[in-house]
Design a protein around this ligand. Sequence first.
Ligand SMILES: Cc1cc2nc3c(=O)[nH]c(=O)nc-3n(C[C@H](O)[C@H](O)[C@H](O)COP(=O)(O)OP(=O)(O)OC[C@H]3O[C@@H](n4cnc5c(N)ncnc54)[C@H](O)[C@@H]3O)c2cc1C
Ligand SMILES: C[S@@+](CC[C@H](N)C(=O)[O-])C[C@H]1O[C@@H](n2cnc3c(N)ncnc32)[C@H](O)[C@@H]1O
Length: 685
Amino acid sequence: MSNKTIESSTLSFKEDGAPYCNRFNDIYFDSESGCVQSEYIFIEKNRIMQRLSTAKNNFCIAETGFGTGLNFLLTLQAYQKAQQLSKTVLVPLHYISVEKYPLTKSQLVKSLSILPQLHDFSTELATHYPEGEVIDFLPKLTASFLKNQVTLTLIFNDAEIGLSKVNSYKGIVDAWYLDGFSPAKNPDMWSKALFSQIGRLSTDQATLTTFTVAGSVKRQLREIGFRLEKQLAKGKKKEMFVAVMQSNPITTRGYQLRPRIIKPQHVSIIGGGIASACVAYKLTKQGIKVTLYCKDNTIAQGASSNSVAALYPLLHQQHDDISCFYQQAFWHARSLYDELNQLGFSFSHQWCGLLEVSYKEQLVKRQQAFEHLSSWPNNLIHGVNAKQASTLANIKLPFGGLFMPNAGWVSPPELVAQLFNAAKKTNRLKVINNTEITKIQQIKTTFNDKENTEESNSSSWLLSSKQGNFNASVLVICGGAEAITIEQLSNLPLNATRGQVSNMNTNSTINKLSTVLCHKGYLTPSNNQLHCIGATFQKNNTSTKANKDDDLHNLSTLAKCLPDLSQSIGWKTTDIAFSKARLRCTSQDHLPLVGAVPNISDHINTYPHLAKDKHWKYSEPSPCLDNLYVLLGLGARGLCSAPLAADILTAELCNTPYPVDNQMLFNLSPNRFIIRDIIKRKVRI
Ligand SMILES: Cc1cc2nc3c(=O)[nH]c(=O)nc-3n(C[C@H](O)[C@H](O)[C@H](O)COP(=O)(O)OP(=O)(O)OC[C@H]3O[C@@H](n4cnc5c(N)ncnc54)[C@H](O)[C@@H]3O)c2cc1C
Ligand SMILES: C[S@@+](CC[C@H](N)C(=O)[O-])C[C@H]1O[C@@H](n2cnc3c(N)ncnc32)[C@H](O)[C@@H]1O
């Protein structure tokens, strides 16, 4: 069957050899920087090489506008490079492209001849490309490349019609190259129908990049469930959109859909610790003004006031939900803290590694399981024997353990102060101390948002304190364990767990300790001639007054787990320089709560059938309190989890791509508990 309706391209060449389309009055690619531009936006920004290397199943890329095939050739090159770097055979790649006005073979060959670096791939493409006039092209070309690892399906048709013929049960496209001349030059292509095909064919987390940054494209991409951000492009192209499919309205799990919000101009935060510092830093960086309300006379007086905290992830042998979050959070934290340091906001810290000592049989078995499964890369965690452990710690240890070479310790109050200093530098942060917010009240406001009725904000918050009342259009509660008494949070399963650390004077035995040691408690290397040992865990006690019993508990835990070391150090209570007790804000499942505060009764009314069938299909998004967000439940790893959690919240408020996938997002969502309770029939329906 020939393609009688197809029209050929109207090609000419610019003086520098760049192929030019007379029909749309634009070049296919720039002769000088076209390759670099396309490689940057399509290959790099869709993270094609990384994703090919880690993909478990077939990978699929789809493109609108095949043109000369440049993007396809760059993809072949990326596949080849990724294969060379990989120890295993990569998954097969399926590349689908739709072209309404094809070039003839000779036009294609001539266009690509100015790119000698792609010569071999161009020649191979040419051998498969149809001969003759385009009117005689079959509707579809299928060809294989790179030892049949890459399949090209080239559909000669209008993008929307061509894509509508592609079968998909749950979405098949992992990455989109949205090429095609701009809507100003080619309005017909950028139709609502095209976007609905893109939505239908996209997998969860599908990425999409395009040079076209028109407002209509932004709106349509958002409507079909992409979250996007404008970034700088390379070469003559100035800007681009980088998008991720994360809020697909065609979902059967509506309760995983988070409320959509237009990037606010101003955000109020209740806090003063590491959570609020990370959020304030990230939001002010995005151009948002922030007001912080802190009940103390200075910041970092809550759990983030310990002079030293260990920075390390919570890891299990397997890649379970908890470990996957903490692994990602750990690298995120390292990268934020290093960035801050490099910007000149320095704080006491040492990335000296952390050793989880296998001081009892159960832990030896655990270490063996880690080594046997080797689920994690060596630079995250690996087993060491007693000799290696002693060398790493620079003190004699009778046990081996699990070593995290990139972990270490940090001074939370200094770090928090520097994050706030960096945020203040933007002139967008105002800190109001000595102001405890005792109550918050929702104020309903109705206004018409001309541009975006669907996303209109309708509530603000009145914050009450002894110092007066304050209005907050958007409020984020980062108040740790002390904030969980706020009425609107009473249904969130958060607890306060008291902990005490003891700061010990150094001595000649222990001053050479060169890594953080973790046993049942922990012992940090010397900082300002002090070592931190800790910490106690006590529920149902919210006193922040340090006591002697807990100091003795910290010393005896060290003595029980590492008796020889404890004896040679010889610490007595008189060696305690000072102690501190504070409250951890803990969640039931050891993961933080990041996002909008759920309206519990509305959840029960909206998703009742989950009690009968947990797979019951709901498309309704999660009902939440307008403009009220939390970043809470950082538990005993706040230094590790706060930066990633803050980035998730920032993405939420700015409507940009989340740094985590949908499953992880739901694992952190404050409404996860009520959904689980409905499923487990723990609530009355
Ligand atoms: C003993 C102990 C040892 C720990 N060791 C480690 C460790 O080694 N590594 C690690 O990663 N984590 C550790 N943690 C946990 C870590 O300290 C916390 O996870 C983290 O500091 C929590 O930060 P945050 O910002 O959520 O809360 P916080 O640091 O408690 O900050 C909350 C802030 O909110 C303010 N606030 C609260 N309510 C209100 C209100 N109503 N109005 C105005 N202001 C309000 C408070 O004044 C405070 O400044 C430890 C915790 C404890 C207690
Ligand atoms: C900027 S060029 C693409 C460049 C191409 N990706 C390359 O590497 O050469 C845009 C392409 O979109 C094609 N096109 C325009 N409108 C289209 C439509 N409605 N459906 C499919 N393709 C279309 C044009 O013919 C052109 O080949």
